[in-house]
Design a binder for this molecule. Structure first.
Ligand code: ADE
Ligand code: ZN
Length: 336
């Protein structure tokens, strides 16, 4: 099974670039930017990675991101993640980035996007990994701030495929961002949003009805509402599920209690992703492996999850077909 998962061609559809910041690289970049950290060593920082809820994690995650200053910092962070994709057989990834985490500290939007997208271009050539970028609005900030971010992004529109919504969910419903999502769609961006990670099913309703999202990030709590489940299936919207993240943030107590298998059995389209791998104890293959063990997933179910990851990506149809063919051939070979 481990061999099957490691070599399975797959896409990652839910990944925050700031959440890939391994403590070693964080310390290295802090040193070159002459920034003093609150933790004396890599080990001390790692010890702090124990969370009771989403907010607990976000507080540390934003602290970590504060050491990113130059275009090279964003390049190094992104390229380092893309190298990990290559060795895990991630053939395509859709990377979320949070511009406001950086622009609020006086870093230019241009610095962030240029560093990230230069790494994406290099990885395509050197690592044969493709990537698309999702600009995520921070929901704990105002809609005005998101609108300013949308305006800042427009000169770089060709580098960004979609807009997302992340950060503190409870108390910040999708409807708070109705105007900026409408404007983002008009500008040509595909809408996605975190919904139902900690928030209830009504947040997912708002995300699909008001924000018109094409993919639900997490969506755990859709199981609270049978009509919602039917509607998600009817509209053919996929869920980007992050099992190790859900355990680390105590959204579920134990991986054995995870609703992924139940969702598959109900006919929901699911994918497996790492969310913030540096903080949650594993990259995508670890998520596949641990979830397989905990829920007894079959090779066929894992194949279907990987197939969904290509099918529900935002790649052009021709690229999707190529990757699905590669996956189908892999699966066929594994069967014989
Ligand atoms: N930002 C980074 N990771 C996140 C998560 N799991 N939920 C909401 N916002 C996030
Ligand atoms: Zn996320």
């Amino acid at each position: 099974m481990q061999y099957f998962i490691e070599n399975l061609p797959k896409a990652e559809l839910h990944l925050h670039i700031e959440g890939t910041f391994e403590p070693e690289l964080l310390f290295e970049i802090a040193k070159r930017n002459k920034i003093k950290l609150n933790y004396p060593t890599v080990e001390e920082l790692r010890k702090a990675y124990s969370f009771s809820c989403l907010q607990d994690f976000l507080d540390l995650y934003y602290q970590g991101a504060n050491v990113l200053i130059t275009e090279l910092d964003f390049y190094d962070l992104t390229y380092s993640y893309l190298e990990k994709c290559a060795i895990q057989n991630v053939r395509h990834t859709e990377i979320m980035f949070d511009p406001q985490t950086h622009t609020e500290r006086g870093i230019a939007f241009e610095t962030v996007i240029n560093g990230i997208s230069r790494a994406v271009e290099d990885a395509k050539v050197k690592l044969n990994v493709s990537a698309l970028l999702i600009m995520s609005y921070l929901r704990h900030l105002s809609q005005e701030s998101a609108l300013l971010t949308l305006a800042q992004s427009l000169p770089f529109k060709d580098k960004i495929i979609a807009v997302g919504l992340d950060s503190t969910e409870k108390g910040n419903p999708p409807s708070k961002f109705a105007t900026v999502f409408e404007a983002s769609i008009k500008a040509g961006y595909i809408p996605v949003a975190h919904a139902g990670e900690e928030g209830d099913a009504d947040y997912i309703w708002e995300a699909i009805d008001i924000l018109k999202i094409k993919r639900i990030d997490h969506g755990n709590n859709c199981l609270q509402d049978e009509n919602l489940i039917k509607e998600i299936i009817k509209r053919d919207i996929a869920l980007t599920i992050c099992p190790l993240s859900n355990v680390a943030l105590q959204v579920v107590k134990d991986l054995k209690d995870h609703s992924l298998k139940k969702k598959i059995d109900l006919g929901l389209k699911t994918t497996i992703n790492s969310d913030d791998p540096a903080y949650f104890g594993g990259h995508i293959n670890q998520n596949y492996m641990d979830t397989q063990k905990a829920l007894n997933l079959t090779k066929e179910e894992l194949y279907q999850i990987a197939r969904n990851s290509f099918q529900y990506s935002f790649l052009p149809a021709i690229e999707k077909e190529k990757l699905i063919l590669e996956l189908d051939l892999y699966y066929l070979n594994a069967l014989i």
